[in-house]
Write a protein that binds this ligand. Sequence first.
Ligand code: GLU
Length: 501
Amino acid sequence: MSARTVRLLVIAMLALALPFAAACGGSEKKVTIGTKFDQPGLAVKKPDGTMAGFDVDVATYVAGQLGFKPDEIEWKEAPSGQRETLIQNGQVDYIVATYSITDARKQKVDFAGPYLITGQSLLVRADNTDITGAESLQNGKRLCSVSGSTPAQRIKDKYPGVQLQQYDTYSACIEALRNGAIDAVSTDEVILAGFAAQFPAAFKIIGKPFSTERYGIGLRKGDSELRQKINDALVKMQRDGDWKAAFDKNLGPAGITAPPPPPLDTGTSAGPAQGQQIWSKYSGQIFRAFWTTIQLTVFAAIGALILGTILAAMRLSPVPMLNWLGTAYVNVVRNTPLTLIILFCSFGLAQTLGITLADPKSPTSIADSNFRLAVLGLTVYTASFVCETIRSGVNTIPLGQAEAARSLGLTFGQNMRMVLLPQAFRAVIVPLGSVLIALTKNTTIASAIGVAEAALLMKEMIENTAALLAVGSIFAVGFLVLTLPLGLLFGWLGKRWAVAR
Ligand code: GLU
């Protein structure tokens, strides 16, 4: 081979290999960081796709110390309620997102830092005069915060009289505050200041902060090597003055002066809470939540029994129009998921059409309205099953009886009331019991619109204690205590009242 051919071959091989090397290198070297996309001053995703804010600068500095250039960072939105899950599932390497270090969260993830200390505060419209602090919210004011955040939890624990609306993001709360749907927003002062600066003259922050929020960088539990590296990066950022520069640049315009950078935590993570601690802390709330479950079941059962009987009468009646309507109702409602029906009641009826089923001035209007809408949804859904159960009961009655009743001169209504329905009910007591048991369990869907029943409390307890098995078992037993006796009772009644033929 001549020297020229060898040279050509080497060039050709390099030309082939280079794109591969670049591709491999490129895909390997990436860090995924979770942050907020909608909190001005802290972390915002701008329309051109670039990121800005104090949290973004801290995250970028840390990434730099870990060996990643800014263009090797992939940003992932980390809403308050999803942060632990994002870390546990490995969807992010670490999270810098106004993320308070708490014992409950330390059971699921580890934290580096803290890198900033702030506190919970209140934001109201600039022309408001009657909200002076958290206490003053208790007389029927509507407050917005974010689900899965420490401020929302603190309001629920300390100020149970406040009507709390929870959304997934603070920008949704700010929008509701602007259009008057709620009266105040509560979260950390730095977050509120960022929003206040974005809409000057529209809002004001009320009073002094009433909690201590220590922002940490969340990472996978047990990864002490990464935690140490991030802590080293934070120390360097503070020592070199980059920390203060980032604070002044991002939060200075919002009128907050940089506090002294906090010392780092040395403590290690906590283990999950134990069954006994959980029970002593939550037993009162568990009974209250199951009481709501029982109330939902009883009201919806009464409604469904009435509506279901009317529907069954319609489907059995000789009037074709009623017959058709009954059949259409059953087929549409029975085949629609209950979650959709309940969400429709809340978003369709209440929010879009303004049918809230509660006095908007009442101090408990949000909770009352959600409860009644859930009863409505459960009634509408369960009625279709009740209707079909009763209809099958009517089919057990020999045809001759209805004919005999007609020939005696009874009208359709009299025939239904005096001959058919009494026997039909007695024939279907056991299957009606099954419908009632299904309804009891279906009430858990009401948690989707924020009704404080058993499933909602279960979610909150799992979030706060990280003891999935213990909490799950408590609620499973709770439902068994409700449903087992129902099954036994209906079985016994069914035997006792069976129609002897
Ligand atoms: N720092 C609080 C928390 O971590 C509130 C801010 C937020 O929701 O991101 O829950």
